[in-house]
Design a binder for this molecule. Structure first.
Ligand code: MBD
Ligand code: FE
Length: 306
């Protein structure tokens, strides 16, 4: 079939078949996606068996709650970021901390504290390097922002996230830190390890067929919100990680790999009440204003909440 024939027949199914008011946005999107899919079936001569295998794949991925993992794995979540960056550039919005994908592993409702938080529950202190991370949140006017909300979440030494990994304590490695009067946040935690897609799962199965690995470099996620500013979703990567520029989710970005210092100085150890050398990362965060034509910082999606 020619593409013009496909367009006509799909329009007859999706648009002309309507006999009551349609949601025009949904109609336009479904028309486009079904037409494009039919064209792919035609052009690639996708067999009926291949079609049903594809549908079954998505059904199974949904059953396993892996669609939120598949989306970054095939680049779609990164693509949304690229479009948001483009919208910002067009709107003349510059200067903020780069955004980076949220991923599927955020949990709302983490314990809140002002200025400082300890993120880890202590169960991995023996096997993990201690990580201290700190910085200042700056507003659009370049001045430190007190009372900004910094939500942080990251994986443990096995690359697993609490809540999704039920062997971890509630909210392990997840906290909400309110910046102090100087706009500063700081936390003590453990050095995370990179995440790997569950072996045998839907996402890894597809990645295998594509000849790809399913690993992320070690990273720390942030949501930052402050009055009068656009919500920032970002993450930093741990410098030196094997997968630093080979992330299966394509989220590594210039500006989001802060220098990592290894500290062994007795006075510094004493200051933080630590007994062994630790890693320290300084990361300042620059917020921008919410602008009409720029990307919104708010993304409505279902998130776990406790
Ligand atoms: C993660 O930890 C993550 O951040 C993303 C984007 C995908 C899978 C696991
Ligand atoms: Fe993550």
């Amino acid at each position: 079939m020619k593409h013009t024939e496909i367009d006509a027949i799909v329009k007859s199914w999706i648009v002309d078949a309507a006999d009551k008011p349609a949601n025009p946005r949904v109609q336009a999107i479904v028309l486009r996606i079904v037409s494009d899919l039919c064209k792919a079936i035609e052009d690639l001569d996708i067999s009926a068996t291949e079609f049903w295998k594809g549908l079954e794949y998505l059904q199974e991925a949904g059953k396993r709650h892996e669609l939120g993992l598949l989306a970054p794995g095939i680049g779609l979540e990164r693509f949304l970021d690229m479009r948001a960056d483009e919208a910002d550039a067009k709107a003349g919005l510059t200067g903020g901390t780069p955004r980076a994908i949220e991923g599927p592993l955020y949990v709302a409702g983490a314990p809140e504290s002002v200025g400082f938080a300890r993120l880890d529950d202590g169960t991995e202190v023996e096997v993990a390097e201690t990580l201290l991370m700190q910085g200042t949140v700056y507003g659009a006017n370049g001045k430190p922002l007190s009372n900004a909300k910094v939500e942080v979440w990251h994986a443990n030494t096995k690359g697993s996230y609490s809540y999704f990994d039920q062997t971890q304590s509630a909210f392990n490695l997840r906290r909400t830190i309110i910046t102090d009067a100087q706009g500063r946040y700081s936390f003590q935690s453990i050095m995370p390890n990179g995440y790997g897609c569950p072996p045998g799962g839907s996402t890894q199965t597809l990645l295998d067929l594509l000849g790809r690995h399913g690993n992320r470099p070690a990273h720390v996620h942030f949501f930052v919100t402050a009055d009068g500013h656009r919500k920032l979703t970002t993450q930093i990567n741990i410098d030196g990680d094997k997968y630093l520029w080979d992330d299966f989710a394509f989220a590594s970005r210039e500006g989001l790999v802060p220098p990592l210092k290894r500290i062994n100085d007795a006075a510094e150890l004493a200051k933080h009440n630590l007994k062994k050398p630790f890693a320290s990362i300084d990361f300042d965060i620059h917020m921008v204003e919410e602008k009409p034509k720029a990307a919104s910082g708010l993304v409505d999606r279902i998130r776990a909440a406790v």
